[in-house]
Design a protein around this ligand. Structure first.
Ligand code: PLP
Length: 393
């Protein structure tokens, strides 16, 4: 048996030890930890729906109508009317024939790739894809080829060189740690040219981007024939929990028959689906949330540029500031914490060695004053001075 204690100690020395914060009370732009309120810039509750009164009320009503648990997997007796109606509404929202709910985005990705591919097939993935897409490729036993970030030319040559088999190209639509967007139109053209499936994981675009929040794929003007497999999550902009896959009737039926992460797991509580239906209504109707979010992003980027901070090429609510080593990222995170601002340090293996960062995210519930407070705190924490020194070198 390996010595876990010494392994943990080593991790600590490398500044890679991960610890959980215990949050008291609901999610929001202000969160309470150990009796102190922090202004948070690191949740994925982009639209501020995780504690919206209508969503919470729908959750309560769902509990009254359906009870607390689903009691079984979807294929036994766990598939409630609430799940079913939500699937229909989600399909219509993303303008695809069908949608299928999964318990999490992680399990949806595992289910999709392992259902469609086997040992003799190939998966092509962006180097910065979310861990769940990489794990999905492993679970499928298909051969995994990773292409350099957003490099569709390398992807095209990898596809051209591959022996005849089933191919699937998988990409984050918005890269979760960088906030930049995948070149969806080019990816879909390359995939189509090589008769490959294209799976787009829009965990961070759904609700935030595209007309009425329909997501990155709708924003790029692509339909179900260009992007046959769309995965969306419900725990981020939707403020609830779960995920779905949208596509053709045949795709959804195949997943129902074959996706082990769908079949062999308990259906989420129906009340969660009730809450998500209320969230979907806010997503669809509240364009002001997206407009305000864009205004905040613009204000932050303008201010950060004036401070000389090194911004990433992102137009989304994910606005990371690259720091470098894990130790430095932790140090800045703590310096901000002391000023009452919560931004977690993202370190390897979540991001590459030397690219540890502060992953700043915005919510429609932030105010412009709070963005200004963040900028002032970043300056006081010494981030601006540091980057100015870096630029002078
Ligand atoms: C969060 C995330 C997932 C996982 O979704 P969960 O519902 O949290 O399991 C999948 N893909 C991407 C890109 C994500 O950011």
């Amino acid at each position: 048996m390996k010595n876990l204690a010494s392994q943990l100690q080593e991790r600590r020395q490398q500044q890679l030890y991960r610890e959980r914060l215990v949050v008291d009370g609901p999610q929001g732009v202000v969160v309470r930890i150990d009796g102190r309120d922090y202004l948070s810039f690191c949740s994925n509750d982009y639209l501020g729906l995780a504690n919206h009164p209508e969503v919470v009320a729908a959750f309560h009503h769902g509990l009254d109508e359906f009870g607390s648990g689903s009691g079984a997997a979807h294929l036994i007796t766990g598939h409630s009317r609430a799940h079913h109606v939500l699937e229909e509404e989600l399909a219509s929202f993303v303008q695809r024939p069908r949608a299928l709910l999964f318990s999490t985005g992680y399990s949806a990705n595992l289910g999709i790739i392992s259902s469609l591919l086997g040992r003799s097939d190939r998966v092509f993935e962006d180097r910065l894809n979310h861990a769940s897409l990489l794990d999905a490729a492993r679970l499928s036993n298909a051969r995994l080829l990773r292409y350099p970030h957003v490099d569709t030319e390398v992807l095209a040559s990898q596809l051209a060189a591959a022996p005849a088999s089933e191919y699937l190209v998988a990409t984050d639509a918005v890269f979760s740690m960088d906030g930049d967007s995948a070149p969806l139109a080019r990816l879909s053209a390359v995939a189509a040219q090589h008769d490959a499936w294209l799976l787009v994981d829009d965990a961070h675009g759904l609700g935030v981007l595209g007309p009425h929040g329909r997501g990155s794929v709708a924003g790029a003007g692509l339909g179900v024939s260009e992007v046959p497999i769309l995965m969306g999550t419900l725990g981020k902009a939707f403020g609830t929990f779960g995920a779905f896959v949208a596509g053709s009737d045949d795709l959804v039926e195949t997943l129902i028959q074959q996706a082990r992460t769908y079949i062999y797991t308990t259906a989420p509580p129906p009340a969660v689906a009730c809450a998500t239906r209320a969230a979907l209504q806010r997503v669809r109707e509240d364009d002001w949330r997206r407009e305000h979010l864009q205004a905040l992003i613009k204000r932050f980027r303008t201010g950060a540029m004036q401070l000389g901070l090194a911004l990433c090429d992102s137009q989304t609510p994910i606005q990371p500031l690259l720091v470098g080593t894990a130790g430095q990222a932790l140090k800045f995170s703590l310096a901000l914490r002391e000023q009452g601002i919560l931004i977690t340090a993202i370190r390897p293996p979540t991001v590459a060695e030397g690219s540890s960062r502060l992953r700043i995210t915005f919510s429609a519930m932030h105010s412009e004053v709070q963005v200004d407070r963040l900028l002032a705190a970043l300056e006081r924490a010494g981030m601006a001075a540091r980057d100015a020194a870096g630029a002078a070198r």
